[in-house]
Write a protein that binds this ligand. Structure first.
Ligand code: NAI
Length: 728
C-alpha cells in the first residue's frame, strides 16, 4: 500500500493523519492499514513539534466502513480469527495508551472496525451530516466486534446502551451519538477539521479535560435495550448497571429476549453478550480474551458464512446494471409518475420522492383518493420527524416534490410511469393506452402487477419495448426488494433504466424474466399451498406456524396469509394453477375460507383473531374445513419438509427455465422478498448445504406418499446424479 493511503501533515503543532485508501470507494480496516497508522503514530511521537494528533478520512462522504471483508475472507480457521482479533486489540490498545491526544474527526459511515478504532482515541467529534452514522454491525455478518469493541463501548456509554448497539448491529446518527456519549461533539462538516485540531491542542495543553464515566454508568439505556428486544416492563427507575445483582439481572433478561427473538439460530449476539458480561465481571483483559476467542469461533460458523455470502451478493447487485451488454446505458430519469396512489402507489410515490429525490406526480381516480395518496406520503414523513430524523421544514420540502390529482398533469414530462391500480388486466391495458397518448415517446410504462404477465400488458402497446414490470413489496417503504420483470421484447435500456431507478429508490433489485408469478410469488405458492394441504390433513394452525418460525421464517404461512389477505393468496393461486397445472393446485380450503369472509387481518377474521391484544388462533377456522378432517399431531420435520422443500424445488425450476438469472439473485429474492431465513442463505445455499442428492431423495419420497407435486425438478435430478452444487 502506498504512503498516499495515510497522509501525514503537521499544521500548527497538530499532526493530521488523513486516511484515503487509493482506488477504493471506502476506507476499510486491515492489518496493512493498521501498520500504516502505527507508523504514523510513531512518527508523531518522535516529532517534538507535534502536540496532538487528528485522525480524519480523505473520502468525501465516508470515514471507515469496517473491516476489509476480503481480508476477513482470507481468515480460514478459528486460530486465524482469534489471532487477527488479538492483533487488532493490541493495535487499539497501543492507540488508547498513546501519550499524545488523538482526536477522531468523523464524517460519513464509521462502522465496525472503524468505530472500534475511534473508541480507542482520546476524543471523538463527528459532523452533523445525515451521511454520518456510527455502529457495530458485525452481528449482521454473524460475527462480533473483535478489536476491543465489546469492551470499550460499554465502558464509554454504559452496558445497556452498548448492548443495544452490539446485539442488534444498528447504527446511530450524530445527535443520538452525542446523547449516548459515543461522540463528544457534533459540528457542521466544514468545521470538522478545524475544531478537531483545536481540541487536540486543548487536550495537549490541559485546557480541555474529559472525565469519562466508569463502567456501570446510569441505567438510562436499559429501556431502549428492552424496547429493542421487544418489551417495556415497569422496572423503570432501577439503575441496574450500578450494582452486581442488577447487572446479572440485566444480562439474564437480555439473553432471554435474544433467545426468544433468534430462536437460537444466531450465535453471534449471544457470544457478544458473553464477551461484554465477562469484561464487566472479570475485567478488560478477560473480556478481550473472551472477545477474541468468540471472534475466531464465529468466523468459521455456517451462519457467518451464509450471512457474509448474502452481504457479498447484495454488494454485487448494487453494481449490477441488470443487463448483460455493457454498452447499454440507463437513461436519466428526472420525473416519475405514479398511476393509482393506493397502498402500493402511495409507497412508490414516497420512495421516488423522498429516497430517490425525484419530482413525482400521482394520478388517482377521484379527489379523495388523490388526497389519501398525499396523506400517505405526509404520514411517512411525519413519522421521520417524530423520530427526529427530519425537521418539519425538511418535511415540507420533501412533500413539495409530490403532487396528486385526477388529470394527466405532469405526465408530459414523465420518464417513467409506475402503474399501481387494481389488479385487473383490462383496466391496466386501457390505462396503458391513455398513458402512451400523453407521455413522451421515450417514456417507460412499468407495472407493479403482482400476477398479470407483463407480456399481456405489452400486447397491443404502441411501445411494447418500453413495457416492463416493477414489482414492489408491501410496505414499500420498508421492504428492501424490487423485482424488475422483463418480457421478451423489453428493450435493454428500459431494463437498465428501471434497475437504476430502483436502486435510487433504495432497493435491492433483481431482474427476472416474465412468467406466471414471476419469481417470488411463484416460489411462495407451493409453500402456502402445502400449508393448506397440511390443514386438510389435520395439522393445527399453531403447530405449522411454529415449525416454520423455528426453521427461521419471520412469520408462519397462515400468519403470512392473514397479513397478505387470504383472498389475495387465493387469486394468485388460481393464476398459477392455470399456468402450471396440478403441481400448483391450491386445496379447496382456501376458497372455503374466503367464502366464510375470512380475508385475514384486513377483515379482522382469518387464521388468527384480531380483537384482543394477544394474537391467538381463531379456533372456529377448523369448522370451515371439511367435517371429515381429524386434528392430528404433525412433527416440525414433516412441516418443514412439506412446505420448504417444494419451495426450494420451485426456485430450482425458475433457474432451469431462466426466470432468474442466477442462484445469487434467487437467494437474495427469497431472503429479502419472502423472509427465507437469512442464516440459511436462501433456497440455493440451502440446497447446497443439504446436498442435491439428499434433497432429491426426500422429494421423491414425499412424491410417492403425497403426490406428484413433490417431483424433483430436472435440474435438481441432474445435480443429484453428478454430485454437483448450484454454487461453485
Ligand atoms: P389499492 O386498492 O390499495 O390501490 C389501488 C389504487 O388504484 C386505488 O387507490 C384506486 O383508487 C386506484 N385506481 C383504480 N382505478 C384507477 C384509475 N382508473 N385511475 C387512477 N387510479 C385508479 O391496491 P394495492 O394493494 O395498492 O395494489 C395495486 C397494485 O399493486 C395491484 O396490481 C396489486 O396486485 C399490486 N401489488 C400489491 C401488493 C400488495 O401487497 N398489496 C404487492 C405487490 C403488488
Amino acid at each position: 500500500m502506498a504512503d498516499a493511503a495515510l497522509a501525514y501533515d503537521v499544521r500548527g503543532g497538530v499532526a493530521v493523519l488523513t486516511l484515503d485508501l487509493p482506488g477504493e470507494p471506502v476506507n476499510t480496516l486491515s492489518p496493512a492499514t493498521g501498520a500504516l497508522f502505527d507508523a504514523a503514530l510513531s512518527r508523531a511521537l518522535d516529532d517534538t513539534g507535534v502536540q496532538g494528533v487528528v485522525f480524519i478520512s480523505g473520502k468525501p462522504d465516508g470515514f471507515v466502513a469496517g473491516a476489509d471483508v476480503r481480508w476477513l475472507g482470507s481468515l480460514k480457521t478459528r486460530e486465524d480469527g482469534e489471532r487477527a482479533s488479538r492483533e487488532g486489540q493490541a493495535g487499539f490498545d497501543r492507540l488508547s495508551k498513546y501519550p499524545k491526544p488523538v482526536v477522531a474527526a468523523i464524517h460519513g459511515a464509521c462502522l465496525g472496525g472503524g468505530l472500534e478504532w475511534v473508541l480507542a482515541c482520546s476524543y471523538r467529534i463527528c459532523s452533523d451530516s445525515p451521511k454520518t452514522q456510527l455502529g457495530l454491525p458485525e452481528v449482521q455478518l454473524g460475527l462480533l466486534p473483535g478489536a476491543g469493541g465489546t469492551q470499550r463501548l460499554p465502558r464509554l456509554i454504559g452496558i445497556a446502551q452498548a448492548l443495544d448497539l452490539i446485539l442488534t448491529g444498528k447504527s446511530v446518527r450524530p445527535s443520538k451519538a452525542r446523547k449516548l456519549g459515543l461522540v463528544d461533539e457534533v459540528v457542521p462538516k466544514p468545521l470538522l477539521l478545524e475544531v478537531a485540531m483545536a481540541r487536540a491542542k486543548a487536550l495537549a495543553d490541559g485546557s480541555l479535560q474529559v472525565t469519562r464515566r466508569s463502567l456501570g454508568g446510569t441505567g438510562g439505556g436499559l429501556f431502549s435495550l428492552l424496547g429493542a428486544l421487544g418489551s417495556k416492563e415497569a422496572w423503570t427507575e432501577l439503575a441496574l448497571e450500578d450494582n452486581p445483582l442488577g447487572r446479572v439481572f440485566l444480562f439474564d433478561q437480555a439473553r432471554k429476549r435474544l433467545r426468544a427473538k433468534t430462536r437460537g439460530h444466531y450465535p453471534a449476539p449471544e457470544r457478544a453478550l458473553d464477551a461484554v458480561r465477562t469484561g464487566t465481571e472479570r475485567g478488560m483483559e478477560a473480556g478481550l480474551a473472551a472477545e477474541a476467542a468468540a471472534f475466531g469461533e464465529l468466523l468459521t460458523t455456517d451462519v457467518s458464512h451464509r450471512l457474509r455470502e448474502l452481504f457479498f451478493a447484495t454488494t454485487e447487485l448494487k453494481k449490477d446494471r441488470g443487463v448483460a451488454d455493457d454498452s447499454v446505458k440507463p437513461r436519466p430519469v428526472t420525473k416519475v409518475a405514479v398511476l393509482g396512489g393506493g397502498l402500493m402507489g402511495g409507497g412508490i410515490a414516497y420512495v421516488s420522492a423522498v429516497t430517490a429525490r425525484l419530482p413525482v406526480r400521482v394520478k388517482e381516480r377521484d379527489d379523495a383518493s388523490a388526497g389519501r395518496a398525499l396523506a400517505h406520503v405526509r404520514g411517512q414523513l411525519q413519522a421521520q420527524v417524530d423520530k427526529r430524523r427530519l425537521t418539519p421544514r425538511e418535511l415540507e420540502t420533501r412533500l413539495a416534490q409530490v403532487t396528486a390529482g385526477t388529470d394527466w398533469a405532469g405526465f408530459a414530462r414523465a420518464d417513467v410511469v409506475v402503474e399501481a391500480v387494481f389488479e385487473d388486466v383490462a383496466l391496466k391495458q386501457k390505462l396503458r393506452d391513455e398513458v402512451e397518448a400523453v407521455t413522451p415517446e421515450t417514456c417507460i410504462f412499468a407495472s407493479n402487477t403482482s400476477s398479470i404477465p407483463i407480456t399481456r400488458l405489452a400486447e397491443g402497446s404502441r411501445r411494447p419495448a418500453q413495457v416492463i414490470g416493477m414489482h414492489y413489496f408491501s410496505p414499500v417503504e420498508k421492504m428492501p426488494l424490487l423485482e424488475v420483470i422483463t418480457h421478451a421484447g423489453t428493450a435493454p435500456w428500459v431494463t437498465a433504466t428501471c434497475v437504476a431507478l430502483g436502486k435510487q429508490q433504495g432497493k435491492t433489485v433483481i431482474v427476472v424474466r416474465d412468467g406466471p408469478g414471476f419469481y417470488t410469488s411463484r416460489v411462495l405458492a407451493p409453500y402456502l399451498n402445502e400449508a393448506a394441504h397440511l390443514l386438510l390433513d389435520g395439522a393445527e394452525v399453531r403447530a405449522v406456524d411454529e415449525a416454520l418460525l423455528d426453521f427461521g421464517f419471520p412469520v408462519g404461512p397462515y400468519q403470512l396469509l392473514d397479513e397478505v389477505g387470504i383472498d389475495v393468496g387465493e387469486k394468485v393461486s388460481h393464476v398459477l394453477h392455470a399456468a402450471f397445472g396440478e403441481r400448483m393446485h391450491a386445496p379447496e380450503a382456501m376458497g372455503a375460507l374466503v367464502r366464510d369472509g375470512r380475508l385475514g387481518r384486513k377483515a379482522k377474521k382469518g387464521f388468527y383473531t384480531y380483537d384482543g391484544k394477544k394474537k391467538v388462533v381463531d379456533e372456529s377456522v377448523y369448522a370451515v374445513l371439511p367435517p371429515s378432517t381429524k386434528r392430528r399431531v404433525v412433527t416440525p420435520e414433516e412441516v418443514v419438509e412439506r412446505c420448504v422443500f417444494p419451495m426450494v424445488n420451485e426456485a430450482i425450476r425458475c433457474l432451469e427455465e431462466g426466470i432468474v438469472r442466477s442462484p445469487r439473485d434467487a437467494d437474495v429474492g427469497a431472503v429479502f422478498g419472502l423472509g427465507f431465513p437469512p442464516f440459511r442463505g436462501g433456497p440455493f445455499r440451502f440446497a447446497d448445504t443439504f446436498g442435491a442428492a439428499a434433497l432429491a431423495g426426500r422429494l421423491e419420497s414425499l412424491a410417492s406418499k403425497l403426490g406428484a407435486r413433490f417431483e424433483p425438478a430436472a435440474l435438481l435430478r441432474d445435480k443429484a446424479a453428478s454430485a454437483g452444487r448450484f454454487y461453485p
